[in-house]
Design a protein around this ligand. Structure first.
Ligand SMILES: [Zn+2]
Length: 203
């Protein structure tokens, strides 16, 4: 089997990747980052993104997302495992593997997790077996970017880690690290994750 638990995961940072050191100036117009080797990325919403540098070397920190790769996955619905197209069922929508089951279905779920392709979902489910039944496979026909997570820098106030609605003017005071998706009409995945046994799990 070639897809071992140690296989790289597209959206999570490596030991060699870190944010650049920077300072933040905030006024009524928003934030400005100082001390960087190049200007930070400011997206189409006027949101300033935390700039990261380094190399994809060493172990991966699976409890984190790399900001630029998480943004790409969420905006383009790319698979968080491999960075390729995520799986889309014609009726039930795209596929997520999420850490908690909501109380009832269908439901609305807010998450920073990118969707998965089938192969990476199989890998995630298999590698997380030690976590028991807490992980759920979810399909959602509609997924909208509704928020941004990061550190809010308001003039005269202490910085604060927050999630801000994407339509809120406070977004210009954020140093962003993740986009937040709202999954609408989310259901427990009714589609089979595995092909029949004679097809195998793929690799
Ligand atoms: Zn994948």
């Amino acid at each position: 089997m070639t897809d071992r638990p140690s296989a790289r995961v597209f959206v999570t940072p490596f030991a060699g990747e870190r944010p650049y050191a920077y300072t933040v100036a905030s006024d009524r117009a928003g934030v400005k980052l100082r001390g960087l080797p190049c200007p930070p990325y400011v997206d189409e919403h006027g949101i300033t993104w935390e700039p990261w540098g380094g190399e994809q070397t060493g172990n991966q920190r699976h409890e984190e997302h790399h900001p630029a790769r998480q943004r790409a996955c969420v905006k383009q619905r790319l698979c968080g495992g491999c960075g390729q197209e995520s799986d889309e069922h014609p009726q039930f929508g795209r596929l997520w593997v999420l850490p908690d089951a909501p109380a009832g279905w269908p439901c609305e779920i807010s998450t920073t997790a990118p969707p998965f392709c089938l192969l990476c979902a199989r890998r995630a489910v298999r590698d997380c077996q030690g976590l028991g039944d807490d992980f759920v496979r979810v399909r959602a026909p509609v997924a909208r970017v509704t928020g941004v997570a990061g550190t809010l820098h308001l003039p005269g106030r202490d910085p604060e880690d927050r999630i801000v609605p994407i339509a809120d003017g406070l977004r210009r005071h954020m140093v962003a690290r993740q986009l937040v998706l709202t999954l609408e009409g989310a259901l427990l995945d009714p589609a089979p994750l595995y092909e029949p046994a004679h097809v195998g799990l793929g690799s």
